[in-house]
Design a protein around this ligand. Structure first.
Ligand SMILES: Nc1ncnc2c1ncn2[C@@H]1O[C@H](COP(=O)(O)OP(=O)(O)O)[C@@H](O)[C@H]1O
Ligand SMILES: [Mg+2]
Length: 323
């Protein structure tokens, strides 16, 4: 069958598995990432995110399954596959005795790209590192080192860029700079795959999100669709005084709709789901003590994550970015 050229995925893994002596890091992960997407891999520590990225970038050999980058098999056609990818690792990994300019020049060499100072200057400027171009990297601040990691990944103009927890331990200002840089890159046609602990990061940036847990895919969709399907919108009624008698004593009609009390017993929480808001408001109007405030709380990806993994501890291990 003849397929159109656009059917080549940016990244496609099929039943990708990796076993270590003590742990199955990946248990058959199949993902397809389209060209031009910003795709987020979301999951708790140890879910297998770095393992998946490392295989796709040719740093780790899979135990089973296949991985392709723009149609190039990462094992059989590893050189061609590697030329397409830029990896921003979680850890700083350059030699402190070189300058940013040298780091970028070597990187172009590894990729077999002819030395190109204009390109190096362009990337340094884009990451706000021009003034440090010829300083030893050990003299850079933490934020500058992280930006240099990104510059290093980008300088050979990879078509697919992987960012492994790019904003872990990064301050809010730099996080927002990185987000806008990622958007600029995508506007230029680059495919972006990022892993993150930060649900807000996936929500803010990603076209699609794959939630993985224990080496297995547990959900994949656009953030909005995941929220619609698994996130529960709530309406919260604040009462004039605490409700006495506990949640069991709430009016039966509200209980039927899933109403509960918060820890202070001053707020009645009701999932909105399919119930019309007007109906909930009418029922709440009959409460005594009376309702003094109403808030509609939108679901977050954290709620989705909880539902998908069913593990409160997994969700707790995910930090919320205070953006
Ligand atoms: N080189 C390795 N040797 C043994 N176990 C490993 C190695 N790399 C990762 N693992 C294990 O594989 C699992 C997945 O790890 P990783 O891919 O780093 O997860 P994540 O990036 O989602 O936190 C973890 O249980 C981890 O301890
Ligand atoms: Mg990791």
């Amino acid at each position: 069958m003849l397929l159109p050229a656009s059917s080549t995925a940016a990244v496609e893994t099929t039943d990708l598995a990796k076993s270590y002596p003590r742990v199955e890091a990946l248990r058959g992960l199949s993902l397809r990432i389209e060209p031009g997407e910003i795709f987020a891999l979301l999951g708790p520590n140890g879910a297998g995110k770095t393992t998946w990225i490392s295989i796709v970038c040719g740093l780790v050999r899979p135990t089973a399954g296949r991985a392709e980058v723009l149609g190039h098999d990462v094992v059989r056609d590893s050189l061609a596959a590697r030329r397409q990818v830029g990896l921003v690792p979680q850890e700083v990994n350059f030699d402190p005795f070189f300058t940013p300019r040298e780091v970028l020049r070597f990187q172009m060499g590894y990729y077999g790209v002819p030395p190109d100072d204009a390109r190096i200057d362009e990337v340094l400027a884009a990451l706000d590192l021009s003034s440090k171009a010829d300083t030893n990297t050990r003299a850079l601040s933490g934020g500058m080192k992280r930006r240099l990691l990104i510059a290093k990944a980008l300088v050979p103009r990879p078509r697919v860029v992987f960012l492994d927890e790019p904003t872990a331990g990064v301050d809010v200002a730099l996080r927002h700079d990185l987000w806008s840089y990622v958007r600029t890159l995508r506007a230029g046609g680059t495919t972006i795959v990022l892993t993150t602990h930060y649900l807000e990061e996936a929500e803010a940036l990603a076209d699609r999100v794959a939630v993985i847990d224990k080496g297995t895919l547990v959900g994949m969709d656009t953030p909005a669709a995941l929220l619609r399907r698994f996130g529960r919108k709530q309406v919260r009624f604040k009462l004039d005084a605490p409700w006495s008698g506990g949640a069991d004593a709430l009016p039966p009609q509200l209980k039927l709709l899933g109403a509960t009390l918060d820890a202070t017993s001053e707020t009645v929480i009701c999932p909105v789901d399919a119930t019309p808001i007007a109906e909930l408001l009418a029922l709440a109007a009959l409460l005594s003590p009376a309702v003094v405030d109403v808030a509609i709380v939108q679901p977050t990806l954290e709620d989705v994550f909880l539902q998908l993994t069913g593990r409160p501890d997994a969700a707790a291990s995910l930090q919320r970015a205070k953006a």
